[in-house]
Design a protein around this ligand. Structure first.
Ligand SMILES: [Zn+2]
Ligand SMILES: [Zn+2]
Length: 437
């Protein structure tokens, strides 16, 4: 941008004609309306500001893509996001946006204060990568062997930085406060507690929003559904304690192997025979360990698995059924079965009342339509823990190539289309601006 002062007289305003942004003489952005619009400023200034948000996000698009490439190239797994966090703070500082750290995690919260205290809206991105060795062949592939942004959290960070950039540009138009939450350690079920502690201390937010990018949802579509959009889930372990002995005398032992096998089959019957069939559920066993040799009965066996469900309270129901089954199998084989659960997360629940407006705003984003899909996604995200206390919604942003096979999240060849990042950021920006208008 170059400044040419007519007759060397410094004007009060300067219009950058390429961007239609209006600056004061100190080059501080004061508006993104045109001079003509300012001169004939009518009643509905806010309406036009919303219309111009599209332009601001288009300008921010190269920055968003550049950021995503940087984070993609420098992935850090859960609880190790030190450089990721540093980079986020650097970028916020360069924009002049104040931030706070979410210790002991590497999370960060940026605050954009609008023109009055008003309402508070939070937008969240998770920032961690996965222990996956990248096999995409992208020119900006991971520099860290064995670590990869295979869930798209690199795009989440980049989109939220794009939101930060644009919301900061229009902060004088916002009636309230924006909290931009960069959450660490999502992939291992952590990081949310620091976010909640921060909110408890600072008075919380009135509305919470977030987006997850999704490789198997077509580009140009956003899934915004009322109710549960991601499943709740728990990990579980069943330790079958028996009594070992010689393989020749099963009558003299308490056989944990047979009990464990029976337990696996009975657990698999939970979704169809024991749990509410109108709530989709999954009970899967992925590991079973026992013994050292074929002619020795071990003293114990272990069964490890995972569950998914969509109704709040599903975890308690499934836990109770598991306990009941474990007791039954234990009594049958004369063994004792300990059942422990870990990493419990509720479904990600979208407050139904907030969805119609979110859909309208998504449809305003150039190149974006609301997905006609009504089924939720069978994956988990601990954003549900945050939404449980601070209601809002989680949109799912399609970023898969149309009519082509797209590798799923967490795959070494997982890839997402860069054209979609601006759309996701713009949607969040439009929602925030609309909420704080
Ligand atoms: Zn993931
Ligand atoms: Zn994820």
């Amino acid at each position: 941008m170059s400044l040419l002062y007519k007759n060397d007289v410094k004007p009060r305003f300067f219009l950058d004609r390429q961007t239609s942004m209006l600056y004061n003489s100190d080059i501080k952005l004061i508006s993104y309306l045109t001079i003509k619009e300012v001169n004939y400023m009518p009643e509905s200034r806010k309406e036009r500001n919303m219309a111009d948000l599209g332009k601001l996000f288009q300008e921010a698009e190269p920055y968003i893509i550049e950021m995503r490439r940087w984070f993609h190239q420098h992935p850090e797994v859960s609880l190790k996001e030190e450089k990721t966090s540093e980079k986020i703070k650097e970028e916020l500082a360069a924009m002049g946006i104040p931030y706070e750290e979410l210790k002991p995690s590497y999370g960060v919260v940026a605050t954009i204060q609008g023109k009055d205290s008003g309402k508070v809206i939070g937008a969240r991105a998770d920032i961690d990568a996965l222990p996956v060795t990248e096999d995409t062949g992208l020119e900006f592939s991971s520099c860290n062997v064995g670590e990869m942004h295979a869930c798209g959290h690199d795009a989440h960070i980049a989109m939220l930085l794009g939101v930060a950039k644009v919301m900061n540009q229009i902060k004088d138009e916002l009636n309230g406060t924006v909290k931009l939450v960069f959450q660490a350690a999502e992939e291992i079920g952590l990081g949310y507690k620091e976010v909640l502690d921060y909110f408890h201390e600072k008075g919380g937010v009135d509305r919470m929003i977030g987006l997850h990018i999704w490789s198997t949802l077509p580009q140009g579509e956003m899934l915004l559904i009322p109710g549960s959009v991601f499943a709740g889930g728990t990990g579980f372990k069943c330790k079958v304690n028996g009594q070992g002995g010689h393989g020749a005398r099963p009558d003299l032992v308490k056989d944990p192997v047979k009990a464990a096998c029976d337990l696996v089959l009975k657990l698999a019957a939970i979704p169809s025979n024991f749990y509410d069939v109108l709530d989709h559920s999954v009970v899967s066993v992925g590991q079973i360990h026992a013994g050292t040799q074929g002619n020795i009965f071990p003293s114990y066996a272990e069964v490890d698995g995972t569950t998914r469900f969509y109704k709040d309270g599903g975890e308690q129901a499934i836990k109770a059924i598991m306990r009941q089954i474990a007791d039954g199998v234990g009594a049958t084989y004369g063994v004792d079965i300990e059942v422990t659960h870990r990493g419990e997360i509720p479904p990600v629940y979208n407050t139904p009342d907030y969805i119609p407006r979110a859909r309208e705003l998504a449809a305003e984003v150039e190149g974006l339509t609301v997905s006609s899909q009504t089924d939720p996604i069978c994956a988990g995200d601990n954003f549900g823990m945050i939404l449980r206390e601070y209601p809002g919604f989680y949109g799912v942003l399609g970023a898969g190539k149309t009519d082509e096979y797209n590798y799923p999240q967490h795959h070494a060849k997982f890839d997402i289309q860069e054209t979609e990042f601006r759309k996701g950021a713009e949607f969040m920006g439009r929602y925030i601006a609309d909420y704080l208008k």
